[in-house]
Design a protein around this ligand. Structure first.
Ligand SMILES: [Zn+2]
Length: 529
Protein backbone atom coordinates (compact mmCIF):
# COMPACT_ATOMS: atom_id res chain seq x y z
CA UNK A 1 0.00 0.00 0.00
CA UNK A 2 2.81 2.34 0.96
CA UNK A 3 4.82 1.40 -2.09
CA UNK A 4 1.86 2.12 -4.35
CA UNK A 5 1.33 5.54 -2.80
CA UNK A 6 4.88 6.64 -3.52
CA UNK A 7 5.03 5.01 -6.94
CA UNK A 8 2.00 6.87 -8.30
CA UNK A 9 3.41 10.44 -8.14
CA UNK A 10 6.69 9.24 -9.59
CA UNK A 11 4.91 7.49 -12.47
CA UNK A 12 2.73 10.54 -13.08
CA UNK A 13 5.74 12.84 -13.16
CA UNK A 14 7.53 10.49 -15.53
CA UNK A 15 4.53 10.35 -17.91
CA UNK A 16 4.13 14.12 -17.82
CA UNK A 17 7.81 14.56 -18.66
CA UNK A 18 7.43 12.18 -21.61
CA UNK A 19 4.39 14.09 -22.84
CA UNK A 20 6.23 17.42 -22.57
CA UNK A 21 9.26 16.04 -24.36
CA UNK A 22 7.08 14.71 -27.17
CA UNK A 23 5.22 18.03 -27.31
CA UNK A 24 8.45 19.94 -27.70
CA UNK A 25 9.30 17.92 -30.79
CA UNK A 26 5.81 17.89 -32.21
CA UNK A 27 5.14 20.06 -35.22
CA UNK A 28 1.91 21.27 -36.75
CA UNK A 29 0.55 19.39 -39.74
CA UNK A 30 -0.04 22.46 -41.88
CA UNK A 31 1.56 24.50 -44.62
CA UNK A 32 0.35 27.26 -46.95
CA UNK A 33 -1.74 24.85 -49.03
CA UNK A 34 -2.98 22.17 -46.65
CA UNK A 35 -4.13 22.25 -43.01
CA UNK A 36 -4.89 19.01 -41.15
CA UNK A 37 -7.47 19.27 -38.35
CA UNK A 38 -8.40 17.23 -35.30
CA UNK A 39 -11.76 17.67 -33.62
CA UNK A 40 -11.77 19.12 -30.12
CA UNK A 41 -15.43 19.78 -29.49
CA UNK A 42 -18.74 21.18 -30.66
CA UNK A 43 -19.84 24.81 -30.81
CA UNK A 44 -23.13 26.03 -29.36
CA UNK A 45 -24.66 26.05 -32.87
CA UNK A 46 -23.74 22.37 -33.34
CA UNK A 47 -20.85 23.03 -35.74
CA UNK A 48 -17.56 21.26 -35.00
CA UNK A 49 -14.50 22.87 -33.39
CA UNK A 50 -10.98 21.82 -34.41
CA UNK A 51 -7.35 22.38 -33.59
CA UNK A 52 -4.52 21.96 -36.09
CA UNK A 53 -3.26 18.36 -36.02
CA UNK A 54 0.31 17.73 -34.90
CA UNK A 55 2.85 15.05 -35.63
CA UNK A 56 1.73 13.49 -32.33
CA UNK A 57 -1.64 12.65 -33.87
CA UNK A 58 -1.04 9.04 -34.69
CA UNK A 59 -1.68 8.16 -38.33
CA UNK A 60 -2.34 11.72 -39.47
CA UNK A 61 1.32 12.46 -40.04
CA UNK A 62 1.75 9.75 -42.69
CA UNK A 63 -1.20 11.04 -44.75
CA UNK A 64 0.00 14.62 -44.29
CA UNK A 65 3.39 13.64 -45.66
CA UNK A 66 1.77 12.00 -48.68
CA UNK A 67 -0.47 15.03 -49.24
CA UNK A 68 2.35 17.55 -49.03
CA UNK A 69 4.91 15.61 -51.08
CA UNK A 70 2.50 14.85 -53.92
CA UNK A 71 2.98 16.82 -57.15
CA UNK A 72 -0.67 16.19 -58.00
CA UNK A 73 -1.82 17.70 -54.69
CA UNK A 74 0.43 20.68 -55.23
CA UNK A 75 -1.09 21.35 -58.66
CA UNK A 76 -4.59 20.81 -57.26
CA UNK A 77 -3.91 23.22 -54.38
CA UNK A 78 -2.71 25.87 -56.78
CA UNK A 79 -5.84 25.42 -58.93
CA UNK A 80 -7.97 25.59 -55.75
CA UNK A 81 -6.40 28.95 -54.93
CA UNK A 82 -6.82 30.13 -58.53
CA UNK A 83 -10.54 29.23 -58.58
CA UNK A 84 -11.12 31.14 -55.33
CA UNK A 85 -9.32 34.17 -56.69
CA UNK A 86 -11.40 34.14 -59.88
CA UNK A 87 -14.62 33.98 -57.90
CA UNK A 88 -13.59 36.65 -55.39
CA UNK A 89 -12.44 38.99 -58.13
CA UNK A 90 -15.57 38.41 -60.19
CA UNK A 91 -17.77 39.08 -57.19
CA UNK A 92 -15.87 42.19 -56.14
CA UNK A 93 -16.11 43.53 -59.70
CA UNK A 94 -19.84 43.08 -59.51
CA UNK A 95 -19.99 44.60 -56.05
CA UNK A 96 -18.01 47.49 -57.52
CA UNK A 97 -20.95 48.44 -59.70
CA UNK A 98 -22.59 49.93 -56.64
CA UNK A 99 -19.76 52.41 -56.47
CA UNK A 100 -17.16 50.62 -54.38
CA UNK A 101 -14.23 52.91 -53.64
CA UNK A 102 -10.75 51.78 -54.61
CA UNK A 103 -9.67 51.43 -50.95
CA UNK A 104 -12.80 49.39 -50.13
CA UNK A 105 -12.09 47.13 -53.06
CA UNK A 106 -8.49 46.58 -51.92
CA UNK A 107 -9.65 45.90 -48.37
CA UNK A 108 -12.33 43.49 -49.53
CA UNK A 109 -9.96 41.62 -51.85
CA UNK A 110 -7.38 41.18 -49.08
CA UNK A 111 -10.03 39.93 -46.64
CA UNK A 112 -11.37 37.52 -49.20
CA UNK A 113 -8.02 35.80 -49.51
CA UNK A 114 -8.10 32.18 -50.67
CA UNK A 115 -8.53 29.49 -48.03
CA UNK A 116 -6.15 26.50 -47.87
CA UNK A 117 -7.35 22.91 -48.20
CA UNK A 118 -8.73 21.75 -44.84
CA UNK A 119 -8.56 18.04 -44.06
CA UNK A 120 -10.19 16.67 -40.90
CA UNK A 121 -8.45 13.48 -39.78
CA UNK A 122 -10.31 11.19 -37.40
CA UNK A 123 -10.12 7.71 -36.01
CA UNK A 124 -12.39 4.95 -37.26
CA UNK A 125 -13.60 3.75 -40.65
CA UNK A 126 -16.09 4.99 -43.21
CA UNK A 127 -15.83 6.81 -46.49
CA UNK A 128 -13.77 9.90 -47.32
CA UNK A 129 -16.01 12.84 -48.24
CA UNK A 130 -16.09 16.63 -48.50
CA UNK A 131 -18.31 18.59 -46.13
CA UNK A 132 -18.63 21.61 -48.43
CA UNK A 133 -21.67 23.16 -46.77
CA UNK A 134 -20.42 23.17 -43.21
CA UNK A 135 -18.74 25.93 -41.28
CA UNK A 136 -16.43 25.22 -38.36
CA UNK A 137 -14.27 26.82 -35.71
CA UNK A 138 -10.51 26.63 -35.54
CA UNK A 139 -9.07 26.95 -32.02
CA UNK A 140 -5.51 28.08 -31.55
CA UNK A 141 -4.03 25.70 -28.94
CA UNK A 142 -1.54 28.33 -27.74
CA UNK A 143 -3.58 31.51 -27.47
CA UNK A 144 -6.98 29.87 -26.98
CA UNK A 145 -8.43 32.17 -29.64
CA UNK A 146 -11.14 30.83 -32.00
CA UNK A 147 -11.76 31.63 -35.67
CA UNK A 148 -14.95 30.86 -37.58
CA UNK A 149 -14.26 29.41 -40.99
CA UNK A 150 -16.76 28.93 -43.81
CA UNK A 151 -14.93 26.63 -46.18
CA UNK A 152 -15.15 23.10 -47.55
CA UNK A 153 -13.47 20.43 -45.43
CA UNK A 154 -12.29 16.99 -46.51
CA UNK A 155 -13.23 14.42 -43.84
CA UNK A 156 -10.68 11.62 -43.77
CA UNK A 157 -11.26 8.62 -41.47
CA UNK A 158 -7.87 7.02 -40.84
CA UNK A 159 -9.54 3.60 -40.88
CA UNK A 160 -11.01 4.11 -44.39
CA UNK A 161 -10.14 1.57 -47.07
CA UNK A 162 -8.13 4.14 -49.04
CA UNK A 163 -5.85 4.89 -46.08
CA UNK A 164 -5.41 1.32 -44.81
CA UNK A 165 -5.35 -0.32 -48.25
CA UNK A 166 -1.74 0.60 -48.97
CA UNK A 167 -2.39 1.89 -52.53
CA UNK A 168 -0.95 5.38 -52.21
CA UNK A 169 -1.85 6.30 -55.82
CA UNK A 170 -5.51 5.59 -55.03
CA UNK A 171 -5.34 7.55 -51.76
CA UNK A 172 -3.70 10.48 -53.57
CA UNK A 173 -6.37 10.45 -56.28
CA UNK A 174 -9.13 10.25 -53.67
CA UNK A 175 -7.74 13.28 -51.84
CA UNK A 176 -7.49 15.23 -55.11
CA UNK A 177 -11.06 14.15 -55.98
CA UNK A 178 -12.33 15.47 -52.63
CA UNK A 179 -10.50 18.76 -53.10
CA UNK A 180 -12.20 18.85 -56.53
CA UNK A 181 -15.57 19.05 -54.70
CA UNK A 182 -14.13 21.99 -52.74
CA UNK A 183 -13.08 23.71 -55.98
CA UNK A 184 -16.58 23.41 -57.39
CA UNK A 185 -18.12 24.62 -54.15
CA UNK A 186 -15.78 27.63 -54.05
CA UNK A 187 -16.34 28.46 -57.75
CA UNK A 188 -20.14 28.25 -57.64
CA UNK A 189 -20.75 29.39 -54.08
CA UNK A 190 -22.09 26.81 -51.65
CA UNK A 191 -25.72 27.75 -52.10
CA UNK A 192 -25.56 27.71 -55.90
CA UNK A 193 -24.68 24.01 -56.19
CA UNK A 194 -27.56 21.98 -57.59
CA UNK A 195 -29.56 19.63 -55.38
CA UNK A 196 -29.94 15.95 -56.14
CA UNK A 197 -31.76 13.19 -54.28
CA UNK A 198 -28.77 10.98 -55.13
CA UNK A 199 -26.30 13.25 -53.32
CA UNK A 200 -25.75 11.18 -50.20
CA UNK A 201 -26.26 7.75 -51.71
CA UNK A 202 -23.56 5.40 -52.88
CA UNK A 203 -22.51 5.86 -56.49
CA UNK A 204 -19.70 4.97 -58.89
CA UNK A 205 -18.19 6.06 -62.19
CA UNK A 206 -20.63 4.04 -64.23
CA UNK A 207 -23.75 4.61 -62.16
CA UNK A 208 -26.54 6.49 -63.84
CA UNK A 209 -28.17 9.01 -61.52
CA UNK A 210 -29.22 12.50 -62.61
CA UNK A 211 -27.56 15.42 -64.40
CA UNK A 212 -26.90 17.26 -61.13
CA UNK A 213 -25.08 14.45 -59.35
CA UNK A 214 -23.31 13.60 -62.62
CA UNK A 215 -21.80 17.08 -62.88
CA UNK A 216 -20.93 17.28 -59.15
CA UNK A 217 -19.24 13.86 -59.05
CA UNK A 218 -18.06 13.92 -62.66
CA UNK A 219 -16.27 17.20 -62.12
CA UNK A 220 -14.52 15.87 -58.97
CA UNK A 221 -13.59 12.66 -60.81
CA UNK A 222 -12.22 14.71 -63.68
CA UNK A 223 -10.10 16.77 -61.26
CA UNK A 224 -8.92 13.52 -59.61
CA UNK A 225 -7.86 12.06 -62.96
CA UNK A 226 -6.53 15.23 -64.57
CA UNK A 227 -4.08 16.18 -61.81
CA UNK A 228 -2.91 12.65 -60.95
CA UNK A 229 -2.93 11.33 -64.52
CA UNK A 230 -4.52 8.17 -63.11
CA UNK A 231 -7.14 7.95 -65.85
CA UNK A 232 -9.74 5.89 -64.07
CA UNK A 233 -12.12 6.13 -61.14
CA UNK A 234 -11.56 4.29 -57.84
CA UNK A 235 -10.78 0.64 -58.64
CA UNK A 236 -12.24 0.62 -62.16
CA UNK A 237 -10.13 -0.74 -65.05
CA UNK A 238 -7.11 1.44 -65.83
CA UNK A 239 -7.54 4.07 -68.56
CA UNK A 240 -11.32 3.89 -68.22
CA UNK A 241 -11.54 7.58 -69.14
CA UNK A 242 -9.19 7.33 -72.12
CA UNK A 243 -11.17 4.34 -73.39
CA UNK A 244 -14.56 6.04 -72.90
CA UNK A 245 -15.64 3.03 -70.83
CA UNK A 246 -18.45 4.89 -69.08
CA UNK A 247 -20.30 5.54 -72.34
CA UNK A 248 -21.43 1.90 -72.44
CA UNK A 249 -24.14 0.07 -70.58
CA UNK A 250 -23.33 -3.12 -68.66
CA UNK A 251 -24.39 -5.17 -71.72
CA UNK A 252 -21.92 -3.34 -73.95
CA UNK A 253 -24.38 -1.22 -75.93
CA UNK A 254 -23.83 2.57 -76.01
CA UNK A 255 -25.83 4.65 -73.54
CA UNK A 256 -28.39 7.15 -74.89
CA UNK A 257 -27.73 10.90 -74.78
CA UNK A 258 -29.71 11.42 -71.58
CA UNK A 259 -28.14 8.37 -69.92
CA UNK A 260 -24.69 9.75 -70.75
CA UNK A 261 -25.44 13.15 -69.24
CA UNK A 262 -26.55 11.44 -66.01
CA UNK A 263 -23.40 9.27 -65.82
CA UNK A 264 -20.66 10.83 -63.67
CA UNK A 265 -17.86 8.80 -65.28
CA UNK A 266 -18.89 10.02 -68.71
CA UNK A 267 -19.01 13.64 -67.55
CA UNK A 268 -15.48 13.14 -66.18
CA UNK A 269 -14.45 11.62 -69.53
CA UNK A 270 -15.77 14.55 -71.57
CA UNK A 271 -14.09 17.12 -69.31
CA UNK A 272 -10.84 15.18 -69.46
CA UNK A 273 -10.97 14.93 -73.27
CA UNK A 274 -11.67 18.66 -73.54
CA UNK A 275 -8.92 19.63 -71.09
CA UNK A 276 -6.21 17.23 -72.23
CA UNK A 277 -6.95 15.94 -75.71
CA UNK A 278 -9.00 18.47 -77.67
CA UNK A 279 -6.26 20.95 -78.50
CA UNK A 280 -8.26 23.73 -76.78
CA UNK A 281 -5.93 26.25 -75.14
CA UNK A 282 -6.40 27.16 -71.46
CA UNK A 283 -9.48 25.01 -71.08
CA UNK A 284 -9.14 24.89 -67.27
CA UNK A 285 -9.12 28.67 -66.90
CA UNK A 286 -12.02 29.09 -69.32
CA UNK A 287 -14.07 26.39 -67.61
CA UNK A 288 -13.43 28.01 -64.22
CA UNK A 289 -14.79 31.30 -65.56
CA UNK A 290 -17.93 29.46 -66.77
CA UNK A 291 -18.37 27.76 -63.38
CA UNK A 292 -18.03 31.07 -61.53
CA UNK A 293 -20.24 32.96 -63.97
CA UNK A 294 -23.00 30.47 -64.78
CA UNK A 295 -22.96 27.78 -62.05
CA UNK A 296 -24.12 25.13 -64.55
CA UNK A 297 -26.23 22.31 -63.06
CA UNK A 298 -25.45 19.80 -65.81
CA UNK A 299 -22.72 18.99 -68.31
CA UNK A 300 -24.99 20.23 -71.10
CA UNK A 301 -25.52 23.59 -69.37
CA UNK A 302 -21.77 23.87 -68.83
CA UNK A 303 -20.99 23.14 -72.48
CA UNK A 304 -23.71 25.48 -73.74
CA UNK A 305 -22.42 28.37 -71.65
CA UNK A 306 -18.85 27.51 -72.63
CA UNK A 307 -19.56 27.57 -76.36
CA UNK A 308 -21.57 30.78 -76.12
CA UNK A 309 -18.71 32.43 -74.21
CA UNK A 310 -15.84 30.98 -76.29
CA UNK A 311 -17.32 30.53 -79.77
CA UNK A 312 -13.90 29.91 -81.31
CA UNK A 313 -13.64 26.69 -79.23
CA UNK A 314 -17.16 25.55 -80.15
CA UNK A 315 -16.07 23.36 -83.04
CA UNK A 316 -13.53 21.48 -80.94
CA UNK A 317 -16.11 21.05 -78.14
CA UNK A 318 -18.69 19.68 -80.56
CA UNK A 319 -16.21 17.30 -82.16
CA UNK A 320 -15.03 16.00 -78.77
CA UNK A 321 -18.53 15.54 -77.33
CA UNK A 322 -19.86 14.03 -80.55
CA UNK A 323 -17.10 11.44 -80.52
CA UNK A 324 -17.52 10.66 -76.81
CA UNK A 325 -21.30 10.28 -77.23
CA UNK A 326 -21.03 8.05 -80.32
CA UNK A 327 -22.47 10.84 -82.44
CA UNK A 328 -25.57 11.29 -80.30
CA UNK A 329 -24.77 14.76 -78.95
CA UNK A 330 -23.65 17.46 -81.38
CA UNK A 331 -23.48 14.81 -84.08
CA UNK A 332 -25.67 13.88 -87.03
CA UNK A 333 -26.16 10.28 -86.01
CA UNK A 334 -29.49 10.88 -84.29
CA UNK A 335 -31.64 8.32 -86.15
CA UNK A 336 -33.87 9.00 -89.20
CA UNK A 337 -31.84 8.15 -92.31
CA UNK A 338 -32.64 11.50 -93.96
CA UNK A 339 -30.30 13.40 -91.67
CA UNK A 340 -33.31 14.77 -89.77
CA UNK A 341 -32.69 12.73 -86.61
CA UNK A 342 -34.03 14.23 -83.42
CA UNK A 343 -30.58 15.12 -82.03
CA UNK A 344 -29.81 16.87 -85.30
CA UNK A 345 -33.10 18.78 -85.11
CA UNK A 346 -32.48 19.93 -81.53
CA UNK A 347 -29.01 21.01 -82.55
CA UNK A 348 -30.46 23.02 -85.46
CA UNK A 349 -33.07 24.49 -83.17
CA UNK A 350 -30.44 25.74 -80.75
CA UNK A 351 -28.30 27.21 -83.53
CA UNK A 352 -31.37 28.95 -84.89
CA UNK A 353 -32.29 30.36 -81.45
CA UNK A 354 -28.80 31.71 -81.11
CA UNK A 355 -28.87 33.29 -84.56
CA UNK A 356 -32.30 34.81 -83.90
CA UNK A 357 -31.16 36.41 -80.61
CA UNK A 358 -28.21 38.03 -82.33
CA UNK A 359 -30.18 39.34 -85.30
CA UNK A 360 -33.05 40.55 -83.18
CA UNK A 361 -30.68 42.29 -80.78
CA UNK A 362 -28.79 43.93 -83.64
CA UNK A 363 -32.10 45.13 -85.02
CA UNK A 364 -33.54 46.40 -81.73
CA UNK A 365 -30.32 48.00 -80.53
CA UNK A 366 -29.66 49.64 -83.90
CA UNK A 367 -30.00 53.36 -84.25
CA UNK A 368 -33.50 54.55 -85.12
CA UNK A 369 -32.42 58.11 -85.88
CA UNK A 370 -32.19 57.73 -89.62
CA UNK A 371 -33.18 55.37 -92.40
CA UNK A 372 -30.69 52.53 -92.50
CA UNK A 373 -30.85 49.82 -95.15
CA UNK A 374 -28.59 47.52 -93.19
CA UNK A 375 -30.88 47.67 -90.19
CA UNK A 376 -33.81 46.85 -92.46
CA UNK A 377 -31.93 43.83 -93.79
CA UNK A 378 -31.15 42.67 -90.25
CA UNK A 379 -34.83 43.00 -89.35
CA UNK A 380 -35.85 40.85 -92.33
CA UNK A 381 -33.24 38.22 -91.51
CA UNK A 382 -34.57 38.04 -87.94
CA UNK A 383 -38.08 37.43 -89.33
CA UNK A 384 -36.74 34.72 -91.58
CA UNK A 385 -34.98 33.09 -88.65
CA UNK A 386 -38.21 33.23 -86.63
CA UNK A 387 -39.98 31.28 -89.38
CA UNK A 388 -37.17 28.74 -89.46
CA UNK A 389 -37.51 28.32 -85.68
CA UNK A 390 -41.22 27.57 -86.10
CA UNK A 391 -40.45 24.95 -88.77
CA UNK A 392 -37.79 23.19 -86.71
CA UNK A 393 -40.02 23.34 -83.62
CA UNK A 394 -42.79 21.68 -85.65
CA UNK A 395 -40.42 18.94 -86.83
CA UNK A 396 -39.30 18.31 -83.24
CA UNK A 397 -42.93 18.05 -82.10
CA UNK A 398 -43.68 15.55 -84.88
CA UNK A 399 -40.62 13.51 -84.10
CA UNK A 400 -41.45 13.34 -80.39
CA UNK A 401 -45.07 12.49 -81.14
CA UNK A 402 -43.84 9.49 -83.13
CA UNK A 403 -41.88 8.42 -80.05
CA UNK A 404 -38.33 9.14 -81.17
CA UNK A 405 -35.84 10.23 -78.49
CA UNK A 406 -38.46 12.02 -76.39
CA UNK A 407 -36.64 11.92 -73.06
CA UNK A 408 -33.36 13.23 -74.48
CA UNK A 409 -35.14 15.94 -76.42
CA UNK A 410 -37.02 17.18 -73.38
CA UNK A 411 -33.86 17.22 -71.34
CA UNK A 412 -31.91 19.16 -73.92
CA UNK A 413 -34.69 21.65 -74.53
CA UNK A 414 -35.16 22.21 -70.80
CA UNK A 415 -31.47 22.88 -70.51
CA UNK A 416 -31.58 25.33 -73.39
CA UNK A 417 -34.53 27.04 -71.74
CA UNK A 418 -32.64 27.20 -68.43
CA UNK A 419 -29.60 28.81 -69.95
CA UNK A 420 -31.70 31.48 -71.66
CA UNK A 421 -33.57 31.99 -68.38
CA UNK A 422 -30.28 32.58 -66.67
CA UNK A 423 -29.09 34.95 -69.37
CA UNK A 424 -32.38 36.82 -69.18
CA UNK A 425 -32.10 37.23 -65.39
CA UNK A 426 -28.56 38.50 -65.79
CA UNK A 427 -29.56 41.10 -68.41
CA UNK A 428 -32.49 42.26 -66.25
CA UNK A 429 -30.20 42.55 -63.28
CA UNK A 430 -27.72 44.64 -65.23
CA UNK A 431 -30.58 46.83 -66.40
CA UNK A 432 -31.68 47.28 -62.76
CA UNK A 433 -28.32 48.63 -61.72
CA UNK A 434 -27.61 50.81 -64.76
CA UNK A 435 -28.39 54.42 -63.86
CA UNK A 436 -31.07 56.31 -65.80
CA UNK A 437 -28.59 58.80 -67.24
CA UNK A 438 -26.63 56.03 -69.02
CA UNK A 439 -29.28 56.22 -71.71
CA UNK A 440 -27.49 54.38 -74.53
CA UNK A 441 -26.36 51.59 -72.20
CA UNK A 442 -29.94 51.13 -70.99
CA UNK A 443 -31.27 51.05 -74.54
CA UNK A 444 -28.85 48.27 -75.44
CA UNK A 445 -29.74 46.26 -72.34
CA UNK A 446 -33.44 46.74 -73.04
CA UNK A 447 -32.89 45.45 -76.58
CA UNK A 448 -30.98 42.45 -75.23
CA UNK A 449 -33.67 41.71 -72.64
CA UNK A 450 -36.32 41.91 -75.36
CA UNK A 451 -34.41 39.59 -77.75
CA UNK A 452 -33.52 37.02 -75.08
CA UNK A 453 -37.05 37.24 -73.64
CA UNK A 454 -38.47 36.34 -77.06
CA UNK A 455 -36.43 33.14 -77.47
CA UNK A 456 -37.11 32.25 -73.84
CA UNK A 457 -40.80 32.48 -74.55
CA UNK A 458 -40.35 30.44 -77.76
CA UNK A 459 -38.49 27.58 -76.01
CA UNK A 460 -40.96 27.73 -73.12
CA UNK A 461 -43.85 27.16 -75.55
CA UNK A 462 -42.09 24.29 -77.28
CA UNK A 463 -41.27 22.57 -73.98
CA UNK A 464 -44.86 23.10 -72.78
CA UNK A 465 -46.26 21.60 -75.98
CA UNK A 466 -43.96 18.57 -75.66
CA UNK A 467 -45.02 18.10 -72.05
CA UNK A 468 -48.46 17.53 -73.53
CA UNK A 469 -47.07 14.19 -74.75
CA UNK A 470 -46.90 12.42 -71.37
CA UNK A 471 -46.58 8.98 -72.98
CA UNK A 472 -42.98 9.64 -73.94
CA UNK A 473 -41.99 12.15 -71.33
CA UNK A 474 -39.58 10.51 -68.95
CA UNK A 475 -37.17 13.11 -67.61
CA UNK A 476 -37.78 15.20 -64.49
CA UNK A 477 -38.28 18.91 -64.85
CA UNK A 478 -35.53 20.04 -62.54
CA UNK A 479 -32.60 18.83 -64.63
CA UNK A 480 -31.77 22.09 -66.33
CA UNK A 481 -30.89 24.41 -63.53
CA UNK A 482 -31.70 25.72 -60.13
CA UNK A 483 -32.47 29.26 -59.14
CA UNK A 484 -32.75 30.67 -55.65
CA UNK A 485 -36.50 31.07 -55.19
CA UNK A 486 -36.70 33.89 -52.66
CA UNK A 487 -35.84 37.30 -54.10
CA UNK A 488 -33.77 39.44 -51.75
CA UNK A 489 -32.84 43.07 -51.83
CA UNK A 490 -29.42 43.17 -53.48
CA UNK A 491 -28.55 46.49 -51.94
CA UNK A 492 -29.25 45.34 -48.39
CA UNK A 493 -27.07 42.27 -48.99
CA UNK A 494 -24.38 44.52 -50.46
CA UNK A 495 -24.41 46.76 -47.39
CA UNK A 496 -24.18 43.71 -45.15
CA UNK A 497 -21.30 42.36 -47.19
CA UNK A 498 -19.35 45.61 -46.92
CA UNK A 499 -20.02 45.89 -43.17
CA UNK A 500 -18.88 42.35 -42.44
CA UNK A 501 -15.82 42.74 -44.68
CA UNK A 502 -14.79 45.78 -42.70
CA UNK A 503 -15.38 43.97 -39.40
CA UNK A 504 -12.59 41.60 -40.43
CA UNK A 505 -14.56 38.43 -39.56
CA UNK A 506 -13.60 36.07 -42.38
CA UNK A 507 -16.22 33.44 -41.61
CA UNK A 508 -19.02 36.02 -41.57
CA UNK A 509 -17.58 37.67 -44.69
CA UNK A 510 -17.72 34.43 -46.63
CA UNK A 511 -21.36 34.00 -45.57
CA UNK A 512 -22.22 37.58 -46.50
CA UNK A 513 -20.60 36.99 -49.88
CA UNK A 514 -22.81 33.95 -50.42
CA UNK A 515 -25.89 35.96 -49.41
CA UNK A 516 -24.91 38.77 -51.74
CA UNK A 517 -24.41 36.39 -54.66
CA UNK A 518 -27.77 34.70 -54.00
CA UNK A 519 -29.47 38.09 -54.00
CA UNK A 520 -28.01 38.89 -57.40
CA UNK A 521 -29.41 35.84 -59.09
CA UNK A 522 -33.05 36.47 -58.25
CA UNK A 523 -35.38 35.00 -60.86
CA UNK A 524 -36.88 37.10 -63.63
CA UNK A 525 -40.31 38.57 -62.92
CA UNK A 526 -43.03 36.06 -63.76
CA UNK A 527 -44.91 38.48 -66.01
CA UNK A 528 -41.90 39.00 -68.31
CA UNK A 529 -41.74 38.26 -72.03
ZN1 LIG B 1 -17.14 12.66 -54.75
Amino acid sequence: MTAKRTLFPILATFLLACALAADAQAYLLQNRDVVFLVRVGTNRDGSPAFRVATSNDYGAQRVFQLATSSAAMEKTASYYRYAQQVRNQTTMEQVGRYGLSESDRRLATSLLDAEPIYVEVKEGGGGIYNDWKGSFTLRDSNSGASYRIQSPRVVLPLGSAEVTGGNSALLEQTLVHEVGHGIMSKSYGTDALCESPYLHQSHSGGSQTDCCLAIIEGYAEFVGAYFTNRLTIANDPSNALANNLYSYRANGTPKSASELQATEGWVATVLYMLAARSGIQNFMQKMTAIMVGYKPASIQALLDAYMRTYPSDAQAVRATVSKASHGQIYGNAGGGGDGQGITYLVDQYRTSLDRYVRLRYAYLAGSTDYYDSERQWVGQSAQQEARRLQQIGGAIRQSVASGRGAGDTMLQLQQTQSSYQRLYSEVRRRLDITPWYSRREREKLQAEAQAVGEVLSETHQLVRSLEGEPMYYTQGGSAGGRYPSAPHDSKAAYQKLMDTLKSGDRGASAQALEAYEASRSKPAPAAAP
